[in-house]
Write a protein that binds this ligand. Structure first.
Ligand code: AMP
Length: 562
């Protein structure tokens, strides 16, 4: 009963529903007028034929004829009467049998069903809701972020303006609420004031509206937006966004960072105070074919946190063997990394340029990041209008082996595939691997689910747009205590958990229980890299950890940490 009342209220409150009901009303009035006119004419013609009938008989005849029931108990004998009967049958068929059901469905039944659906969808979050993350759209980035939030037990809600989408997402088990994004009441209902974050990943213009509207409700809840066009950054700032994420640039930097660029020196991927995490290509160095223990890199001051083998990250163990395609993840201070570089600068150098496939937003950002590192590159771009630097660009389809050959696929140390289509990237990965079995292949992908296929096809590193975007936003939630080094590999800081206080690193069992490795220990304002196994973990001190997503999740669950 309550829900019928709610539907009636929705139906009569909405302007569109009121308009619909008015249209239906007009139609019914016209139909009644028509029936009355026919009843009157029935009497006139019956009079003309010399018969007398009551008004009720006239109304009865009109309805029976219009609905084509035709009992045949009242009939006209004159031609005039027969013509009139034909008119009533035809107009009855049209109005009663065609237009009435259509109008009823269009102006009453459909709005009624919609109001029923509207009455049943959630339009607000509970008053007790807090520290939740609000989203304005479900896309590959927010989908990946929602998965991460679920893993960490963070609550979230997706605000959706379209009813059918609300129902679809609800059926897919997303937590969704219905509301207009340009209506402050929606943000009140979504408990924006108690939220940890509002993430808006709509178009640059729609995000501006979201920021302005939400800021009308409060000016302290952080709002994160993504921008396609760098010009929009300023506009979003003015509209009230607290963090503006330029995903193409982040993606370009991540792709460029993975590239060894044909040398064997270290390339820093993340820094924490004085500790740097860097990748170094082992190809063509004397490290190949020996274990880490035999290589004695500790003598140079650095330690090896892990090894990348064609896209798979393995934690370093003394017995880990360095292969011809291994990229080492080394940890050390600036001085220690310089020491490493001095030692290995003479190895593995390739004078050939890196190949970038695609000169769109991400390809260009990758080129800029390589420029900053002083790495030479050439570009293959299919669309002549998107060429930025004609001197180093080959206009052509990279799927054409001749074009790849022209770019130097046979001798180049690295190819970075940045097209916006995962299928194309998969195809190009296979083609590049076939053209040069030793080349380092770094591929962009849009959806997380394609990462594995790209690795299988031969990519050494894959950066997924969804994951990079989700990690960038998630890191904001964790107040920058997490840095995503590359797809699926994070470095994060945590306080020593109570359970291990007083134990040494060797005794604490963190690695055995969770798979996370301690690569730094913060003590007396100093972040010590690669702490010794006999270091005692003390209360209130910070540890720097490296791990993949599952291990990190397992750490947070095991130690109930935040
Ligand atoms: P964006 O998504 O803005 O980074 O753009 C991707 C770029 O990749 C566009 O400029 C496309 O023209 C380019 N692209 C797509 N497929 C190919 C291909 N097979 N060969 C070369 N360039 C390509």
């Amino acid at each position: 009963m309550k829900s019928i009342a709610a539907q009636v209220i929705i139906l009569t409150r909405q302007r569109s529903s009121r308009r619909n009901l008015k249209a239906l009303g007009k139609f019914i009035v016209a139909l009644i007028a028509m029936i009355m006119v026919y009843t009157f004419i029935f009497h006139l013609i019956m009079d003309y034929e010399g018969k007398e009938h009551t008004w009720l008989t006239g109304l009865y005849w009109t309805l029976v004829t219009m609905s084509t029931t035709g009992f045949g108990d009242q009939t006209f004998q004159s031609d005039l009467g027969k013509v009139f009967t034909i008119v009533v049958i035809l107009s009855g068929t049209l109005f009663l049998l065609v237009l009435l059901p259509f109008t009823f469905i269009q102006f009453f039944y459909a709005p009624w069903v919609e109001s029923q659906a509207q009455a049943s969808v959630p339009k607000s979050l509970p008053e007790s809701e807090r520290d939740h993350v609000l989203f304005t759209r479900l896309d590959p980035v927010t989908e990946a972020l929602i998965r991460k939030l679920d893993q960490f037990g963070h609550s979230y809600a997706l605000i959706c303006e379209e009813l059918d989408m609300v129902q679809r997402y609800h059926d897919q088990n997303y937590r969704v609420m219905y509301g207009d994004l340009d209506d402050p009441e929606t943000y009140e209902a979504a408990r924006f004031g108690q939220a940890a974050l509002l993430v808006s990943t709509l178009s640059d213009t729609a995000d501006t509206t979201v920021c302005i509207t939400a800021r009308g409700v409060n000016d302290f809840t952080p709002i994160v937006t993504t921008v396609e066009d760098p010009i929009s950054t300023k506009i979003h700032e003015m509209a009230g966004a607290s963090n503006i994420i330029r995903l193409p640039e982040i993606m370009g930097m991540a792709l460029a960072r993975c590239s060894s660029g044909g040398d064997a020196i270290t390339h820093t991927v993340a820094s924490f105070d004085s500790i740097h995490l860097a990748e170094a290509n082992a190809a063509r160095t004397p490290l190949v074919g020996k274990t880490l223990k035999e290589n004695r890199l500790g003598d140079l001051g650095v330690s090896v946190a892990g090894l990348w083998e064609r896209g798979t990250f393995k934690l370093a163990r003394p017995e880990s063997v360095v292969g011809p395609n291994t990229v080492l993840m080394v940890v050390g201070s600036e001085e220690q990394l310089l020491n490493y570089d001095e030692h290995f600068a003479i190895y593995g150098v390739s004078g050939e340029p890196v190949i970038i496939i695609g000169s769109g937003r991400i390809g260009s950002a990758t080129a800029e990041a390589l420029d900053a590192r002083g790495v030479r590159y050439c570009v293959i771009e299919r669309d002549a209008r998107r060429v930025k630097n004609p001197d180093i660009t080959i206009v052509g389809n990279a799927a054409d082996p001749k074009v790849l050959e022209q770019a130097g696929i046979g001798t180049s140390p690295t190819v970075i595939i940045t097209t916006n289509d995962d299928d194309t990237n998969l195809y190009l990965t296979l083609l590049c691997r076939q053209s040069n079995p030793d080349i380092e292949i770094i591929a962009r992908c849009t959806l997380d689910k394609h990462v594995r296929a790209l690795h299988k096809a031969g990519a050494d590193f894959v950066q997924s747009y969804a994951s990079i975007g989700a990690s960038s936003i998630f890191n904001l939630l964790q107040k920058s205590r997490v840095v995503t080094v590359t797809q699926g590999l994070d470095v994060f800081r945590v306080n020593v958990p109570n359970d291990v206080v007083g134990k040494t690193i060797a005794q604490c069992g963190i690695r055995e229980k969770t798979g996370c490795t301690i690569i730094g220990y913060h003590k007396e304002d100093l972040l010590e890299s690669n702490p010794r196994p006999d270091t005692i973990l003390e209360r209130g001190h910070e540890m720097l950890m490296i791990s993949d997503w599952e291990s990190r999740n397992s750490y947070f669950k095991t130690y109930n940490a935040s």
